[in-house]
Write a protein that binds this ligand. Structure first.
Ligand code: S3P
Length: 165
């Protein structure tokens, strides 16, 4: 059985929906940011600040390699995971890729509260979100199925994915 991999921009609900979907499927849930924090003993913000983004991306790639050896996982990826084509190839090998998306206004509203936990959103939040969204549109388009998570609550989004699977 393939893994289910949630991809998409920050604030699209990958963690909230992933947890619910894992419950529905009776599968294990893994959030790659949380897993990297556990393995390194550092927060994502600290890794970016002390070791740099390149180091964080290599931790993501390492984890990606490990996770693709496993099955029956619901994986919530960090928003930049699929920027690396090698990660995409690995995740696709034994995973169904689901893109979560939402309007920029919805995303901005959601990420505002925990801005300091997301190092890439430093500076003018609205500008950064719009800029990064435009730059990443193509990277997220490789998914097998997509859900607009601004249209319903996380339980309903998880149910939509469950029905698709
Ligand atoms: C990132 C998204 C974050 C985290 C890191 C980088 C990105 O994860 O991995 O701050 O490049 O979009 P979330 O999408 O879970 O916020």
């Amino acid at each position: 059985m393939k893994n289910v991999v949630l991809i998409g921009f920050m604030g699209t609900g990958k963690t909230a929906i992933g947890k619910r979907l894992a419950r529905l499927l009776g599968w294990e849930f893994i959030d790659t940011d949380a897993e990297i924090e556990r393995l390194t003993g550092k927060s994502v913000a600290r890794i970016f600040a002390e070791d740099g983004e390149v180091r964080f991306r290599s931790e993501e790639n390492l984890l990606c390699r490990k996770l693709t050896q496993r099955e029956r996982l619901v994986i919530a990826t960090g928003g930049g995971m699929v920027l690396n084509p090698e990660n995409v190839a690995l995740l696709k090998q034994n995973g169904v890729l689901i893109k979560l998306y939402a309007d920029p206004e919805v995303i901005i509203g959601r990420v505002k509260a925990k801005k300091e936990r997301r190092p890439l959103l430093k500076g003018n939040l609205e500008e950064r979100v719009r800029e990064l969204l435009a730059a990443r549109e193509e990277a997220y388009s490789i998914a097998d199925f997509a859900v607009d998570t601004g249209k319903q609550d996380p339980d309903s989004s998880a149910a939509i994915i469950y029905d698709y699977l």
